[in-house]
Design a protein around this ligand. Structure first.
Ligand code: NAG
Ligand code: NAG
Length: 443
């Protein structure tokens, strides 16, 4: 792409030189210098217009060719729902190379080394540039960061948030200005992805995430599930309780869940969702806004047992203590699971809910002390029941689980239940059977 533009530019410069030469040679001294410069200006404008037109033409052509190729590939592997969910039956061509285009949007600002680290890993594991174009959106106008991104050449697309003006922040929220800038950036970048580039879905990451080897495979395989279940609104690569001692590291890499809690941190959404959220996008704190009942509207996300992203730290807006205590200890999945060869229809609500409820109900009810005492048989599932917010906090703190709520929903919760793995035991931390739904006043 860039080569073509440079070529066009070179051609333009040559034409321009020829014109200037011709003007000076063939226009005798009778024309005044003013007339000459006017003519040159007119010609230059015309040339610029033509070059722009040609560049647009080639861009359009390239896009058409890409779409053609995509159609050809999806024809071979068929992405229709039934087969998409169970593509193991489709022995030919059902690799992660084929399928709908899922761009990765990397949100960047002024951290040059972090952007490099994120991009290096994404590029290392990306199975196909055509299926997973990486769009790096840079805010902040930081030159070294921009140059770092540009150094990846054609492997990534750089877009730059144009509005670098100061942002109006209420006086008492001054120290949270970063959150306002981030919300503005997200809105602009997502509009680019969906309105300018016309993609049908996007995987969003920030410049502080390491990704797992099967990051792309995970999103590729769960995309048909997301598309076909209106009670789902995102797929996230993140497990909030994904510390090594709280997940089944040895045998849990294939396990996926539904969760009512929006995890973020490497997540996928569809254009339909952006059409819904984009117009009312908030000026700040976008992730908590997304978690509010008005936005979530009872919808769930898919999340893995073992995280497919891990954050390597964030300067500025995030809380350092929180990072040390939880985020830093997330275990990043290190084996490649071939999700696209698995039947993931168990994640659809009508299949998932009855199985999940049966599992919770049939688990032996135990106490916190039982779990910590090492006297329970491994291989079974157990249930700890909580009744109050304080009760919940006490248990989660004791086990090293995250203890907070957003809009009343506990992290990783589904129907009020937290699922985790502790000392070789599968445990459901669950409300009583008369549970009436989340209480938004729990925080
Ligand atoms: C591993 O997980 C699978 C299914 O998730 C289960 O059937 C199997 O028993 C597990 N093996 C061990 C050793 O826990
Ligand atoms: C996928 O799994 C579901 C049960 O979760 C089952 O009903 C369906 O038949 C399976 N599809 C294939 C092709 O195995």
């Amino acid at each position: 792409m860039r080569k073509k533009q440079i070529l066009l530019l070179k051609v333009g410069v040559v034409i321009w030189l020829c014109m200037v030469y011709a003007l000076f040679i063939h226009k005798p001294a009778t024309s005044s210098n003013i007339q000459i410069s006017q003519t040159i200006n007119q010609q230059l404008d015309k040339l610029e217009e033509e070059l722009n037109g040609q560049s647009q033409f080639y861009n359009g052509l390239l896009e058409k060719l890409r779409i053609l190729r995509r159609h050809q590939e999806t024809h071979m592997s068929s992405d229709s729902l039934a087969e998409g969910l169970t593509s193991q039956d489709n022995s030919k061509g059902s690799t992660v190379q084929a399928g709908p285009i899922l761009p990765v949007l990397l949100i960047a600002c002024n951290r040059e080394a972090a952007v490099r680290r994120s991009l290096d890993l994404l590029l290392k594991y990306r199975p196909s540039q055509d299926r997973f174009p990486i769009i790096v959106s840079q805010d902040c106008g930081h030159r070294p960061t921009r140059e770092a991104i540009e150094s990846y050449g054609d492997k990534v697309v750089l877009i730059q948030q144009p509005d670098l003006s100061d942002i109006e922040v209420p006086l008492k929220e001054r120290k949270f200005k970063g959150y306002f800038l981030i919300a503005r950036h997200y809105k602009w970048a997502l509009n680019q992805v969906f309105q300018k580039y016309n993609h049908e879905a996007v995987i969003i990451v920030e410049d502080d995430l390491d990704v797992a080897p099967d990051f792309f495979e995970y999103f590729s395989a769960t995309y048909p599930v997301l598309q076909s279940d209106p009670t789902l609104w995102c797929v996230s690569a993140w497990n909030d309780n994904g510390k090594a001692n709280l997940v089944d590291v040895k045998n849990g890499s294939t396990i996926l869940y539904r969760t009512d809690f929006f995890p973020g941190l490497g997540w996928m959404m569809t254009k339909e969702l952006w059409d819904e959220l984009g117009p009312k996008w908030p000026r700040s704190y976008w992730d908590d806004w997304v978690r509010a009942p008005e936005q979530r509207a009872d919808r769930a996300c898919i999340r893995p047992e073992v995280s497919r992203t891990r954050t390597f730290g964030k300067k500025g807006v995030s809380n350092g203590l929180f990072y040390e205590k939880y985020l830093k200890q997330i275990h990043l999945n290190d084996v490649s699971v071939q999700f696209s060869k698995m039947n993931l229809s168990y994640l659809l609500k009508e299949q998932y809910d009855p199985v999940f409820e049966r599992q919770v109900q049939s688990s032996q009810v135990v106490t916190l002390n039982d779990v910590r005492s090492d006297r329970l048989a491994k291989g079974n599932t157990y249930r700890i029941i909580y009744h109050t917010k304080d009760n919940y906090k006490k248990i989660t703190k004791a086990l090293g689980l995250m203890d907070d709520f957003k809009a009343g929903v506990p992290r990783t919760g589904y129907k009020g239940v937290i699922t985790f793995f502790y000392g070789g035991l599968r445990i459901f931390l669950s409300p009583g059977n008369n549970w009436k739904g989340y209480n938004p006043s729990w925080s």
